[in-house]
Design a protein around this ligand. Sequence first.
Ligand SMILES: NC(=O)c1ccc[n+]([C@@H]2O[C@H](COP(=O)([O-])OP(=O)(O)OC[C@H]3O[C@@H](n4cnc5c(N)ncnc54)[C@H](OP(=O)(O)O)[C@@H]3O)[C@@H](O)[C@H]2O)c1
Length: 243
Amino acid sequence: MQLLILGAGSDIGIAIAHQFAKAEGAYICLASRSLELLEKKALDIQTRYQVNARAVSFDAIDYAGHPDFYRSLDPKPDAVVFTAGYLGNQGLAQKDFTETRKIIETNFLGPVSILEIIAADFEAKGRGLIIGVSSVAGERGRQSNYLYGAAKSALTTFLSGLRNRLYPSHVRVMTVLPGFVRTRMTAGMNLPKLLMIESEQVAEDVYRAYQSGKDIVYTGWFWRWIMGIIRNIPETVFKRMNL
Ligand SMILES: NC(=O)c1ccc[n+]([C@@H]2O[C@H](COP(=O)([O-])OP(=O)(O)OC[C@H]3O[C@@H](n4cnc5c(N)ncnc54)[C@H](OP(=O)(O)O)[C@@H]3O)[C@@H](O)[C@H]2O)c1
């Protein structure tokens, strides 16, 4: 497997790279903005698991550069994980559209731009795997992060449609829905410890779901049930809650 990780600077992205290198012997291509750091991470993967690993430059919101970015990859991936993301600042975004735009671009427009290019290649080849890291935040809008949630919701819908479109071409599309994960993104946030998991747990859940042929994976598993409840709270009650 030639696995391309887009937004590989992310704690979850690196954990997924380690998991697939270890368990699958996958060759890894780490793509993100901080090339120097990624080169060190690639070397670490190569040394630990005796697989090829390299780093390339990628900016999720440089839409114009995406066709050349993909064209320049040699070898081409047969599996890709999109894991870049930006939580942003909800309060600031309500006042400053620049922040809103960054949230929507990083979490939605970026993945749409690059994954459509990759989807076309996989579709033509009649094989491939696309894994999109979305969020449970996209399942229902809450006052504390509805702009991030809306972007993730759009990403989840996009991945669903892509899965539906690519099924006849034998291209698999998986949607990953993490809850609270202890990463740089959540550092310093006051989140319930009992509900938090590590990036390595996310990576194991993703790998298990990949092996068992699942389309949608909640990680940790209990978020499937939590979100089932949250989705079913009547709007008349939900709008009064401080979430
Ligand atoms: N942590 C959680 O609780 C949680 C929950 C649900 C979903 N998620 C999702 O899981 C994914 C991974 O997040 P994480 O928790 O691992 O967070 P993280 O460590 O903060 O990683 C986010 C990564 O996105 C990258 N990124 C942002 N904008 C980019 C751009 N324009 N081009 C390329 N890369 C860009 C950042 O790159 P730099 O290193 O260059 O800054 C960073 O490495 C995200 O999509 C996030 O929304 C996380």
